[in-house]
Write a protein that binds this ligand. Sequence first.
Ligand SMILES: [Zn+2]
Length: 170
Amino acid sequence: MSQLWIDSTAFGEMLDEARRAYPLETGGVLVGYIADNDVPVVQHVIGPGLAARHRRHRFHPDHEWQCHRLDELFAASLGQAVYLGDWHTHPDGSPRMSWLDRRTLRGIARHREAQLSRPLMLIVGGGRETWNWRVHRYGSDVLIGFDINFDVLSLHKFQCASSSLVSDLD
Ligand SMILES: [Zn+2]
């Protein structure tokens, strides 16, 4: 199974936002880089933004604010941290992609500005006490119709190196 690495603090922020918005849907953007071995490394998770509108089974992000945050992270990382894909919740649902999710991921893969051939879609399902997550990575279009082939990645958390560096100096 292919892997995805995600910063443990960023992962915690994503679950906090999922809990905050529950029972409404929320989500945002995954930011990081693709390692040389083609493994995605998520360093930051951008939330929905204050002007986002949340519903039970959909949400509209504050796109302008998200783009601003993405620009900030890109600049702060000297161009290393880029858009890798999206994340969203399925309150009281499973973390599997819906038909609409697959069409959305197909659209992201085709979007030229993204310049990302295999975007990610991380879905967090559940609510209240228990959350489950599943990472999907676009593979290719299915020749007939609007469906896609995709991979499911195993998720691994890592601790940001800077925090361990600080404790080493203490
Ligand atoms: Zn969905």
